[in-house]
Design a protein around this ligand. Structure first.
Ligand SMILES: Nc1ncnc2c1ncn2[C@@H]1O[C@H](COP(=O)(O)OP(=O)(O)OP(=O)(O)O)[C@@H](O)[C@H]1O
Ligand SMILES: [Mg+2]
Length: 585
């Protein structure tokens, strides 16, 4: 797992390799300039100040030397500035590019996941995966490269400089490192738990918010605000507490590291002082070591922070890869393309369950002939919509097969054959834009004339005229500023835009008044001509004229026939009709 993870990270980094190499080179140079700077100060102290005091060089030589050294000092700082800029720029660009790529891939992938994935995953969790988690991968690049690599390079460079200067003092400087290492490991362990908890709480918070805001109508209707508040308070507090863990952890760790740093400096001053008095080292060397210790501890302390950030980023990245590894909707390797859909639909011993073994359809077989006009009826929950879902290929069957024009739908090019299905559903959701853009589904190949033509055919001019601005009437996300019936009518027009060979209407007129419905009915009689049409309706009077009616009962086809045949049979269909006429009268 770890291994394949690093492989994936390397793959992620490939397109930005140039930037990364540039950043690494600048980091290397930066470390050198940083280590060289105190060396110059030390030289000024040793060569010129002490030399002048001891009388080994005259004033003239000392002043020229100091001037030169100061200029070097400034030049080194200038190089450092330029390198810092190059490093930050290269890394930011690399990070952003990687992020951009991952987000793009994720969204594309999510769009191709089977609907069953969305049945079992809360929207909030998916949104987090697309917004927060990629940022964590960005962090990984920035922190690993800016921070981690830079710290390590810097530590190594300083160590080399220190040991070249004085071995005893170098050993003193690194004496407490095992203790630092131990605390760091401990810190890492705790940090992993704390960050895991924080991420968990954020995710819970997001899921809850998403649910609450989407269901605001229900919340207000049932006066659930109090309960929701309480629940939110709980989640919010848990999040607060999880963060508290982090605050305490960092509050202890940093100061502790500082104590160790100054303890080391104290020991260094002591031993260094003795060595100076004994004449073994110069003042410049002592200065150099106190300076290096300060510089040396920072990257070491940073390592701990960086490692914990890397861990949380790795965790987030693994979640992203889990999502990317979700098998996308099944698509055949070499899908067949149906140029002209005749519209024959066959179910052969189909068994289907949304959740394993909870069979919703049990051994269902039937044939809908091309251009036939059929209806499915049955009690609520008997499996009517499920059959539609399967015909559209939203879910895959567990046993048996479904064919369109004799070809198993698993072998068909999904996006192509879905175009030959016009689908009108019970609850229609529209997208942000206008009436026109919603009927066109933002397809630029569809002309305005085509839209007007379809609206004419459906006798929907009246609807368009009543809306202010007509086709330009603005639609918000979900289309909630239109009535449910208006939305259904718009989706009628939308479903016919590609002139589909198969038209499916699932409770499509359930929210439309009887006057508009009768207008529509007249239009539909013309439109269904030459297409396979499947209607589902609870109002049985609306499907009386169908060539064939399938009566579903608990996921099986109980009766098949036309209205007259089924009525004479005096079975389930007859009973359903009886109930309906009773409730009407
Ligand atoms: N996405 C889903 N995940 C799990 N179970 C589901 C899902 N959709 C439907 N079901 C279950 O499948 C069964 C059949 O549902 P279906 O929507 O096909 O009924 P229906 O005949 O269309 O009912 P209605 O007349 O109310 O629309 C129901 O028991 C339902 O609980
Ligand atoms: Mg249904």
């Amino acid at each position: 797992m770890r291994n394949s993870f690093s492989m994936r990270m390397i793959k992620e980094a490939k397109p930005v390799m140039g930037f990364l190499i540039l950043a690494l080179l600048s980091i290397l140079l930066l470390s050198l300039t940083k280590a060289l700077r105190p060396q110059i100060t030390s030289d000024i102290i040793n060569l010129y100040l002490e030399g002048f005091t001891e009388g080994s060089i005259n004033k003239e030589v000392a002043l020229v030397g100091i001037e030169k050294a100061s200029i070097y000092f400034f030049l080194i700082t200038l190089i450092e500035f330029i390198m810092s800029f190059i490093r930050s720029f290269a890394l930011s660009v690399a990070g952003m590019k990687v992020l951009y790529n991952i987000r793009q891939r994720l969204f594309n992938h999510v769009q191709n996941l089977p609907l069953s994935y969305f049945d079992k995953t809360p929207v909030g969790a998916i949104v987090t995966r697309l917004t927060n988690d990629p940022a964590a991968i960005g962090d990984l690049f920035n922190i690993v490269l800016v921070g981690f690599v830079q710290s390590i390079v810097y530590i190594v460079v300083i160590l080399v400089f220190m040991f070249a200067e004085d071995i005893t003092l170098s050993l003193v400087s690194i004496a407490l490192i095992p203790f630092i290492a131990f605390s760091t490991v401990l810190f890492r362990k705790v940090a992993r738990r704390v960050f895991g908890a924080i991420r968990q709480k954020v995710s819970e918070l997001n899921v809850f918010l998403n649910e609450s805001i989407n269901g605001m109508k229900i919340v207000q209707l049932f006066n659930l605000q109090g309960k929701k508040n309480k629940k939110f308070e709980q989640l919010n507090r848990a999040y607060y507490k999880a963060n508290m863990g982090r605050v305490i952890l960092f509050g202890v760790f940093r100061p502790l590291m500082n104590v160790i740093k100054y303890l080391t400096i104290a020991i260094l001053l002591w031993i260094g002082g003795v060595r100076y008095i004994d004449g073994i080292i110069s003042i410049g060397t002592l200065y150099l070591f106190t300076y290096y210790i300060g510089e040396f501890f920072d990257p070491i302390m940073n390592l701990a922070d960086q490692i914990s950030t890397i861990q949380s980023s790795v965790a987030a990245s693994e979640k992203i890869y889990d999502l990317l590894d979700e098998t996308p909707e099944y698509n055949h390797q070499k899908p067949k393309v149906l140029d002209v859909v005749q519209g024959e639909i066959r179910f052969e011993h189909v068994w289907f369950a949304y959740n394993d073994e909870e069979w919703v359809l049990k051994d269902v077989s039937f044939t809908i002939k091309p251009k036939e006009n059929v209806a499915f009826v049955g009690h609520t929950g008997s499996g009517k919509t499920t059959i539609i879902n399967l015909i559209c290929g939203f879910y895959d069957v567990q046993k048996g097969r479904i064919t369109i024009d004799g070809i198993d739908i698993r072998e068909l090019n999904k996006s192509q054959y879905r175009r030959s299905i016009g689908l009108v559903l019970q609850d229609v959701s529209l997208t942000e834009g206008t009436i026109l853009s919603n009927i066109k589904m933002n397809d630029h190949q569809v002309s305005d004339e085509q839209v007007v033509d379809i609206v004419d055919q459906l006798n929907l001019d009246e609807l368009i005229n009543t809306l202010e601005g007509g086709y330009a009437y603005p639609v918000n996300q979900g289309g909630t500023t239109l009535s449910t019936g208006q939305r259904q009518l718009i989706s009628f027009a939308r479903s016919l835009i590609y002139n589909p060979g198969i038209l499916i209407m699932d409770e499509a007129t359930s929210n439309i008044d009887s006057h508009t419905e009768s207008l529509l009915k007249v239009a539909l009689n013309r439109i269904v001509e030459g297409r396979t049409t499947i209607s589902i309706a609870h109002r049985l009077s609306t499907i009386k004229g169908s060539h064939t009616i399938f009566v579903l009962h608990h996921g099986t086809v109980k009766e098949v026939g036309n209205h007259v045949e089924l009525m004479t049979k005096q079975g389930l269909y007859y009973k359903l009709n009886l109930h309906e006429s009773r409730s009407v009268s």
